[in-house]
Design a protein around this ligand. Structure first.
Ligand SMILES: [Zn+2]
Ligand SMILES: [Zn+2]
Length: 203
């Protein structure tokens, strides 16, 4: 199971290693706020190492280095925030902005694909609705200790990859999510605005 979570962005995909905060200490064995931003890969996103789709003063969106689905992007805040468990009720707006930013980036890529198809076919077909999924991995099941929202356009590459982004339905109305290592966007917002912490167990 450890290899499944060895990377959230393809650190072991065979490409040149990035300076990574996980190189010495396994994910989850380190205090979440002990990261040195100078050494954090996501505090140092540059166009030569990341395929950046969109950026503004607050957020950056880039392609995942090891896509788990047809389209796989990451949205990160420029400010170093360790992970989804570091967020509180006041961060719901940040999560909503990350989601809106990821949606904008996916829309942008989709329109580029459509216009390319139109150019090749001579006639642009209407965009087919695709399923999208947005969310966070929950410690210890994540590798890069800098908050990143996965933005996926399905289908998944394979069932093992799909497992990593499984959304668990709440076991009863008093919960917002079931047992899973992935906190889907709506589940995360519901938990944060209710003043609750995002956990792997039902919460
Ligand atoms: Zn991740
Ligand atoms: Zn960072």
């Amino acid at each position: 199971m450890s290899s499944l979570f060895s990377s959230c962005f393809g650190r072991r995909s065979g490409s040149a290693p990035l300076p990574d905060t996980d190189s010495d200490v396994p994910a989850g064995r380190r205090a979440v706020d002990s990261v040195n931003p100078a050494k954090c890969a996501f505090c140092n996103v540059t166009p030569d190492r990341f395929k950046i789709i969109l950026e503004d003063a607050e957020l950056i969106c880039f392609r995942d280095r090891s896509p788990a689905a047809a389209v796989h992007l990451q949205v990160i805040p420029r400010t170093h925030i360790a992970n989804v468990q570091s967020l509180g009720p006041h961060d719901t707006d940040l999560v909503r902005r990350m989601h809106a930013f990821g949606t904008r980036a996916l829309d942008l890529l989709q329109s580029q694909v459509q216009s390319q198809k139109g150019g090749l076919d001579g006639a642009s077909k209407g965009s087919t609705p695709v399923e999208r999924r947005f969310g966070f991995h929950i410690p210890p099941f994540r590798s890069v200790d800098h908050l990143h929202m996965h933005c996926l356009e399905l289908p998944f590459s394979n069932s093992l990859r799909a497992l990593k982004y499984r959304v668990a339905k709440p076991p009863s109305p008093s919960y917002f999510k079931g047992w899973s290592w992935f906190a889907e966007y709506e589940q995360t917002c519901a938990l944060l605005s209710a003043g609750r912490k995002v956990r792997v167990s039902s919460c």
